[in-house]
Design a protein around this ligand. Structure first.
Ligand code: FES
Length: 72
């Protein structure tokens, strides 16, 4: 499973050092990016292995493979 995420930020966001754990979003769906807000559960529920999706709000639509992309 994969998804395309449109990023509009043009710079970094500081995550201050802390003695508490911080969960950084790796799925790209968080509404509190760069922190995880639990939205990754949508990916687990709506995506199938080997497919690529475009998200509009909370809805995933399967799309054709966009070709080579950078993976994180
Ligand atoms: S990893 Fe993205 S919202 Fe949790």
């Amino acid at each position: 499973m994969a998804r395309l995420i449109k990023h509009t930020a043009v710079g970094p966001k500081e995550v201050p050092a802390s003695d508490q754990s911080a969960w950084v979003c790796m799925c790209g769906l968080s509404k509190n990016y760069p922190f995880c807000d639990g939205s990754h559960k949508l990916a687990r529920q709506q995506e199938a292995e080997g497919k690529t999706y475009l998200f509009d709000g909370d809805t995933a639509t399967e799309i054709a493979d966009p070709g080579p992309t950078r993976q994180v």
